[in-house]
Write a protein that binds this ligand. Sequence first.
Ligand code: ZN
Ligand code: ZN
Length: 371
Amino acid sequence: MKSQRIVAYGAPLESADLPTPEPRGTEVLVLVSACGVCHSDLHYRDGGYHLGGERMLTLKERGVELPITPGHEPIGRVAALGPEARGVSVGETRLVYPWIGCGSCPRCVAGRDIDCLSMRTLGLFRPGGYSTHLLVPHPRYLLETDGLDDGYASTLACAGLTAWSALKKISIHYSDDGILLIGAGGVGLTAVGFARALWDCPIVAVDRDETKLEAATAMGATHVVRAGPGAVEAVRESLQGPAAAVVDFVGTPDTAQLGFDVLRKGGSLVLIGLHGGAWPLTVAMLPLRNVALVGSLTGTVAETREVIDFVRNRRPDRIPIVARPLREANAALAELADGATIGRQVLVPDADSTRSTARSPSEALDMIPPA
Ligand SMILES: [Zn+2]
Ligand SMILES: [Zn+2]
């Protein structure tokens, strides 16, 4: 199999020809047809998260070992089954749930792998989808996506799931409720489309990039605001008051502060983004304003099933998908780091031998065979 791997932090990924693994026990071998490129992959490539000041949470501290084959939005065809793998057949298309826990602790047994203290996440602790092949530990992490094309469906494993799980943590009750979504990257744009399909309320999108704000408007944002000075006032003006809920898909001190400042009494601020930094919180304002401050990290297998059903049944607007060959993983990451991606880039192993880079969503969709 061919994989694109992180062999040193802060360095470009390297291409590797490796023996194709043979599934054992309950394992399933998947022939990858598409794998989305997530902002977290940049953190993995660079070796950690900024905690503020000079402090970093390094992947080494988290127990991650090099090399890493990134990629936690994989989809593909079942290629081989271990002798104890049940419930899937060779040739079937499955989305791979990557947020895998130890499988045996009380949280994993309850289906909350995401809260496991010994995560075995694909694309970080175990090889991920930047590869022609991928070994999945158990069929319970394989989800059926009939009716969805592979390129878009792949993004549901992280962008879709993260957006869905975040939006489930807020509620729209009152006639004057409106929400603020900060950051219109792949996850934020997905959330704009989902929120539009879920609620008939004002949705404000904030980003520093004008093109991303245009994309947010196309996805259903009722108002857009450029990040920076005056954003608090502009958001309040757009909503004709404070926000009932804010989801921060960026996660810098500035964006968290913006979210907190526009929140109404009784509102919720959900923090998703991992850009990092430290944020001085006026503690008394939490109880005085009766607000909820919630961190949200992707979601569960059950929520992945929910989001697949949601996109099939409610058909929210889809984020633009730009496919490119797997061998262009480094270029894809560089483009993402530059903030130049609208929607999601998806790496397609099949395209390596047959196609060159696709740049537009329509070209990209042509490259991905239907599910
Ligand atoms: Zn991700
Ligand atoms: Zn566990």
